[in-house]
Write a protein that binds this ligand. Structure first.
Ligand code: AMP
Ligand code: MG
Length: 649
């Protein structure tokens, strides 16, 4: 009997597993090796239920198809020797046998020399006959004879028994995906049920005290559970049968009970969240107790996705995906899909790839394989891949991206201008008709809505005003939305344009002080007076904007060098400012009127910001650009902008 390792050794071992970051390749190799002992299930299914599933075993034909020698045409079964001399001017007369062989009728009479039997397509060829004369090459002679005007070779228009499928022949090989053609072959052989690889039953669990199921309502500090839905759908997409068991709080005993049940009842268990070493992260601790060999990798040199945890517990893979949805998806696709598809008996996923150029330098962490989501646009020399990542917490990046590129662990960057492979999320990439790169505004969606309705694909990539201008100069977009204030001339946008670009007036956005309605410190004041009041009250907390934002320039002017509490809280969007105020994390800030209005906040107008478009002149005549300009000028768009709180130029 072997002694269990001393408690301290065991602890050290466990610790070690959590601290060693494996390379992507090493983790995948270890996981695949541990999975070698995991067997796929087999089940029998009716043909109509087997579509899309892989065959578990070879299927051997148990009958001949066709089962008998069969006529391929409507005509007469004859002895070919009888009509060897027949021709247009030398008809051969044959006496008709007293039967008609329709489909499903077994012949009773033999075809003796000098006779013929009327036979339909699909009818069994009678004894004695060796060929069929087409009805078109005969003439009836009364009811009891025909004149044959064409010679036939032996076997003409006959399909011999077993000529399609021969009894004993391997009909379909194990692993073949059952499609309509395979179903047809099986049905022709009379096979009603087949053994298929059973879809792996996969339990999907979310973990986190903060999670609320979609459809519910959020209390402060809560978020909707997106991983549960995404992971279940991705499991289904890759041949598994997913069951979402719900979101579990970060409570060790409760989660352990749920995981034990899941491991007992399913073939594979996938959790998300709780794998980092943060407060309340418990799921990885539980895995160690669920079965042998336990954790295989905890910490993989992937970005996003480092906290991935891979385990096999008594023959069942148990996986904890990182909590951030983007990290969860990349690790799922990169590390779990190959294993899941193997369990499901499916071939490796064949994701389409294209080659594209990155227009900007993409920084990357040395030592981690990094996945960067990209949007594809058409450049002058082929496709351009724009990084769209908003960080691993962003779920929208997935919806807006066309695919992703990969930066190997040994590289610390991908230089601007690099050609790289882009793996597509969908089999075909549809390059957009109109590309808008720059600062984003909800008003933009109102103006592009009619284009989308008319079937034009509009791609809008938010990189900020300056990034948009640079993209426009490089000819990567049609339009760059900008709102850049020039302090020297005290005007917006025009002074920033360079040759090749022209300014298209967009709309005005009222900027002002946002506060909670009813806050008597601000109600009824001008913007300047409101800021003075805020500065006079040390308990009053502000929320700022990021350096480089047009709004930031306005705030700094009003503050005249003051640095009140909250100044260093510098979110990057109008919406974040409104959220901070609405949630009492700050008392005032500066945002635009439509955003304050949508958040139900008080608003003191200060100055109008000009949101315009730098148009790449060379692209003006493109149909999608024309459609955009028409929409921008249309009464419908202008009304929609006004309703949303903007002032069309
Ligand atoms: P964790 O790994 O549990 O520390 O989670 C990391 C981040 O992902 C946190 O911001 C979580 O709120 C978030 N997160 C965890 N699980 C989910 C989920 N099911 N859906 C959306 N976000 C999640
Ligand atoms: Mg968590």
């Amino acid at each position: 009997m072997t002694k269990p390792p001393p408690e301290t050794d065991r602890k050290a071992l466990e610790q070690d597993q959590f601290l060693t970051i494996l390379s992507r390749e090493e983790a995948l190799a270890r996981f695949t090796a541990a999975m070698a002992s995991v067997a796929s299930g087999v089940e029998q299914r009716e043909l109509h239920d087997a579509l899309g599933l892989p065959l578990a075993h070879d299927v051997v034909a148990t009958i001949d198809v066709p089962p008998f020698d069969r006529s391929n045409v409507d005509g007469f079964a004859v002895r070919s020797g009888d009509v060897a001399s027949a021709g247009e001017s030398a008809a051969v007369r044959l006496v008709l046998n007293d039967e008609v062989i329709a489909c499903g009728v077994a012949p009773q009479l033999a075809v003796l020399p000098g006779t013929a039997t009327n036979i339909a397509t699909g009818g069994p060829v009678p004894r004695g006959a060796d060929a069929i004369v087409m009805v078109e090459h005969t003439h009836p002679v009364g009811d009891s004879a025909i004149d044959v005007r064409r010679a036939v070779t032996p076997g003409q228009f006959v399909s011999y028994a077993g000529s399609d499928i021969a009894r004993g022949e391997a009909l379909l090989r194990a692993g073949t995906l059952i499609g309509s053609r395979e179903i047809g072959m099986l049905a022709a052989c009379g096979i009603a049920r087949v053994d298929v690889v059973r879809k792996p039953r996969v339990a999907v669990l979310s973990t986190g005290d903060e999670l609320v199921q979609p459809g519910g309502s959020l209390k402060p500090a809560e978020i909707f559970d997106s991983n549960g839905a995404i992971v279940a759908a991705a499991v289904t997409e890759n041949g598994g049968e997913a069951t979402f068991l719900g979101a579990f709080p970060d409570d060790e005993p409760a989660l352990e009970a749920a995981m034990r049940k899941a491991v007992a009842a399913y073939d594979m268990v996938i959790l998300s969240g709780g794998t980092s070493k943060g407060a309340g992260d418990v799921s990885h601790r539980i895995i160690g107790r669920l079965g042998k060999p336990g954790i295989i990798a905890h910490g993989v040199a992937l970005k996003p996705g480092k906290p991935l945890c891979l385990a096999v517990c008594d023959g069942k893979p148990v996986i904890i995906l990182p909590g951030f949805p983007t990290s969860a998806m990349f690790t799922f696709h990169d590390m779990i899909v190959p294993v899941l598809r193997q369990m499901a008996g499916l071939p490796p996923r064949a994701d389409a790839q294209v080659t594209a150029t990155v227009p900007v330098r993409v920084a990357s962490e040395l030592g981690r394989t990094e996945f960067v989501m990209v949007s594809l646009v058409n450049g002058d020399d082929g496709l351009i891949a724009y990084p769209t990542g908003k960080g691993s917490g962003a779920i929208t990046s997935f919806a807006q991206a066309d695919g992703f590129l990969r930066i190997e662990a040994l590289a610390d960057q991908m230089p601007a201008g690099s050609e790289t492979a882009v793996t597509l999320f969908t089999p075909h990439v549809r390059v957009p008709d109109l590309v808008v790169i720059g600062s984003h505004c909800v008003g933009l969606d109102l103006v592009t809505a009619p284009l989308a309705r008319s079937g034009l694909l509009v791609r809008s990539i938010a990189v900020g005003s300056l990034g948009g201008l640079a993209a426009a100069q490089r000819g990567e977009c049609d339009l760059a939305p900008i709102h850049l204030f020039d302090e020297k001339s005290e005007t917006y946008n025009a002074s920033y344009l360079v040759e090749g670009l022209e300014l298209i007036s967009g709309w005005r956005r009222m900027q002002g002080i946002v506060f909670r309605t009813g806050d008597t410190r601000f109600e009824g004041l001008t913007a300047k007076a409101a800021v003075d009041a805020a500065l006079a009250d040390p308990s009053c907390l502000m929320v700022n904007r990021n350096q480089g934002a047009g709004t930031r320039i306005l705030i700094d002017r009003l503050l005249r060098g003051a640095r009140p509490d909250g100044y260093w809280n510098q979110p990057r969007s109008h919406n974040a400012v409104a959220a901070a105020v609405a949630q009492h994390r700050a008392d005032w800030g500066m945002t635009i009127a439509p955003v304050a209005q949508a958040a139900g906040l008080g608003f003191i107008p200060l100055a109008e910001e000009h949101y315009d478009f730098a148009l790449v002149s060379a692209r003006r005549d493109r149909p999608a650009v024309q459609a955009f300009l028409e929409s921008l000028a249309s009464p419908e768009s202008r009304d929609a902008l006004k309703r949303a709180g903007f002032r069309p130029a």
